[in-house]
Design a protein around this ligand. Sequence first.
Ligand SMILES: *Cc1c(COP(=O)(O)O)cnc(C)c1O
Length: 234
Amino acid sequence: MTSLIAKLRPVRDRIETACVTAGRDVDSVTLLAVSKTQPAAAVREAFAAGQRAFGENYVQEALDKIAALADLRAQIEWHLIGPLQSNKTRPVAAAFDWVHSVDRLKIAQRLSEQRPPDLPPLQVCLQVNISGEASKSGLLPADVPAVAQAVAQLPRLTLRGLMAIPEPEGDLAAQRLPHRALCELLDQLNAAGLALDTLSMGMSADLEAAVAEGATLVRVGTAIFGQRRPPPAE
Ligand SMILES: *Cc1c(COP(=O)(O)O)cnc(C)c1O
């Protein structure tokens, strides 16, 4: 296997080039390495190559990995980016730094109630179904303002922004449209009095489009770690 240092470099270069093209500061975009289905050893290797923020999709797999990497816990930021059911909020509130996939108020309320008092507030994004496909999770854009106002009031959460997984599109121009829509929604929330700084959008295939439209955090899996293994049975 090519070393992860060699795999991270081109991804960082792509982000940097996209920032320069967009006239943005190269430090304005965080790379989240999506390590779902990858072993703890792969995370450790990426950590050794300087990577600090990791994204996971499957709660039990993530909890096992976080435990296996407990020696690095203070230096790693763990982000949950996969679907979250209400019966799994308690361990998530205790183990993660961020949750990007909050898609209803009830989940946010549980995370706030269950966030241990000795930890800083949990950082959260609302997941938005920006392409409007029936099958994907996420809030409908029209429902986002009311939910955002309610989540922003919860004491043990900090609402940071919005996350989306747009439908794959062929070319850059088409890829930019849903990312632009998410950015406009964030602007609308900030105009209504919120102070949100995070647009979690862009993956291996469309990070350039996302950065062009204002992404502050891109979630990249296969371009760093290669092909994924089959998802765990949960
Ligand atoms: C798996 C996943 C990614 C990473 O996708 P790649 O195409 O491998 O970069 C990003 N975001 C979410 C929500 C994911 O589930």
